[in-house]
Write a protein of this length. Structure first.
Length: 594
């Protein structure tokens, strides 16, 4: 009896002692023990929970998130190099995923199954991989640092692009900007919109416990993508309402079901959407680009040197053929090289379409090799130089916006250098990805208070998450593509779902010139606009309202100090470092550089 009591007392003191330890120490011990014994220690879950509670919400600071990442990555690398096989790493990874990430068991299991072989390949074939390098890329938004990182640079020609000669003809052209469709073939009205996974409202999401949790007919404000009937309605609305001369399609056709993609699945539904667009608009030219969700696994764009099962050639070869319904054969080489291309639309006006998904920090192949993937930025600079020589105006299409907090620091930095060098040649940039209707303003790094370019985001057709669907229509000068007007069209999802038998009531939410008082590409006017936004909260509140398309779900939570600061910083920051520095400022005001 006394022996039993002493044993229990000893166990009690061990548990208490562990509970008083630094959770990082316990987590490292616990995960190491997990790999060694294949059994999760009892104290590990509580240690992880405690560490997550301590994580700082401040971005740009190498804190608890980074420490946790480095611990897990270090142990995985060590045990893989000691001979632990993919299956064991994957099984432990699935369990740790459910502890660290709030994305549901189904998502964790499916995602690890799809990606574990890639992670192991990178460990096996990247001898100099370190936890610092992995975490500095994957958790860049939390300011994780790799002290040994060596930045790379592309070669830029000297000088600055001369101003393009203005040749206004008085003629205009109309462009439809459609982005982030995220069509979900598994969407089921009245299915469960309140599930535990990354994506709900699907046949597989289960039965809703209450009527309030039923998915809407036309879409849903909760974590759900778009049904086919909504996409058909969108195209019908555009065709019947507008004269469209061309279409900018800036990526992400595939849904957010990241745990259950396949090459065949992605190809099937990309083709379905592209065929419907072609059927709707006939011979109208469409300029498509890739989104991060077109890849399989999602986000993964490996370098060309990677062959076999991990190669991305299946996607690049496929879209080269699919896009050929609109693009000339001259684009095939670079599309197959890296998913990017250029088209001379007419004498004096060129489109450059990029695959900026290579900069997305979810693209884990950046750990393997982040130096100008596909040589794309060097190609961009060279192509812009030729356009400059030929006095061509250029539009740049890109999925990931410049300066996005999850766009690789060095890629973002080099892209900004290119814009600075060729800003007079570039008469428009068009992005997607964030699902927000927004714009980003480029200030010169040479003439600090001069606005030199603007990038416009198309918002999203998907409602994911809490948004109303939208599309945008631009009125451009025929000669050089300068934007004269931008309109955003949307419908109220709540109202539409009340009557599934009637078409949603689309309406124009705003015209840029009506809201801001000047044409969208009147660059000098942005200086005054940004100054006014820095001192007038109501201007930023209105920007937020338009950003989310007047969504009652999104506006239910008021955008206050931190939210307003993030909005403002998002407008004026086109590099990661600028964004972090701006967000750290405690009081509203124009960026220090302005």
């Amino acid at each position: 009896m006394r022996v039993t009591f002493l044993l229990l007392l000893t166990i009690f003191f061990i548990v208490v002692q562990k509970s008083l330890c630094d959770p990082l120490v316990l987590i490292e011990e616990g995960i190491t023990e997990y790999f060694r014994t294949r059994t999760r220690p009892g104290y590990l879950e509580n240690s992880i929970r405690e560490a997550l509670i301590r994580t700082s919400s401040k971005l740009g600071e190498d804190g608890m998130h980074c420490a946790l990442c480095r611990i897990v990555t270090k142990i995985v690398i060590e045990y893989r190099r000691a001979g632990t096989n993919n299956e064991i790493i994957g099984d432990i990874g699935k369990d740790l995923c459910t502890l660290f990430a709030d994305i549901g068991y189904v998502t964790c299991v499916g995602y690890i199954d799809l990606t574990i072989d890639t992670f192991v390949f990178i460990i096996d074939n990247k001898p100099d991989i370190t936890p610092e390098r992995f975490c500095a890329i994957r958790l860049q938004e939390y300011g994780c640092v790799d002290p040994n990182y060596v930045p790379w640079r592309i070669d830029l020609p000297p000088g600055r692009s001369p101003s393009l000669p203005r040749r206004p003809s008085g003629q205009t052209t109309s462009v439809l900007h459609l982005t982030d469709i995220h069509y979900d073939p598994l969407y089921q009205p009245e299915s469960n919109a309140d599930c535990e996974d990354v994506l709900c409202c699907e046949i597989t999401s289960g039965i809703p416990k209450q009527a309030i949790h039923e998915a809407g007919f036309w879409g849903d404000y909760r974590p759900c993508d778009m049904p086919w009937q909504s996409f058909e309605n969108l195209l019908s609305q555009v065709k019947n309402k507008h004269r469209i001369d061309s279409v900018y399609l800036t990526g992400d056709i595939i849904s957010h079901q990241v745990w259950n993609t396949s090459k065949e699945y992605n190809q099937l539904y990309i083709t379905q959407v592209l065929e419907k667009i072609q059927h709707t608009f006939g011979t109208t030219p469409v300029y498509p680009i890739l989104g991060n969700h077109e890849a399989h696994p999602t986000d993964f764009y490996p370098p060309n040197s990677v062959e076999g099962d991990f190669s991305i050639s299946w996607l690049l070869d496929y879209v080269a053929e699919e896009w050929s319904r609109w693009l000339p054969t001259s684009t095939l080489t670079t599309i197959r090289q890296g998913g990017f291309y250029t088209v001379l639309v007419k004498p004096g006006f060129r489109i450059i379409a990029l695959n900026s998904n290579v900069c997305f920090t979810n693209n884990i192949w950046l750990v393997y090799d982040d130096v100008d993937p596909y040589n794309q930025l060097q190609w961009l600079s060279d192509t812009l130089l030729e356009a400059e020589k030929n006095q061509e105006a250029v539009h740049i299409l890109s999925h990931i916006p410049p300066g996005d907090i999850e766009c690789s620091q060095q890629w973002s930095h080099e892209f900004r250098r290119i814009i600075e060098r060729f800003h007079n040649t570039i008469t428009g940039q068009f992005n997607g990805h964030t699902h927000n209707d927004e714009f980003k303003v480029f200030f010169s790094q040479i003439e600090k208070d001069k606005v030199i370019n603007v990038a416009f985001n198309g918002g999203s057709f998907t409602t994911y998450v809490g948004l109303n669907p939208n599309y945008k229509v631009y009125t451009l000068e025929v000669e050089d593509g300068r934007m004269l007007e931008s309109e955003q069209w949307t419908f109220n999802l709540s109202e539409a779902n009340q009557d599934p038998y009637s078409s949603p009531k689309w309406y124009k939410l705003y015209s840029f010139s009506d809201i801001y008082g000047f044409e969208p590409f009147n660059l000098p006017q942005y200086q005054n606009l940004i100054h006014n936004m820095s001192i007038n909260e109501q201007l930023l509140q209105n920007y937020h309202r338009l950003q989310v398309r007047n969504s009652t779900a999104a506006l239910r939570t008021k955008c206050e100090d931190g939210c307003l600061r993030n909005l403002f910083c998002g407008i004026i920051s086109v590099e990661y470092e600028d964004l972090i520095e701006c967000r750290k400022q405690k009081q509203s005001g124009v960026h220090d550089e302005l």
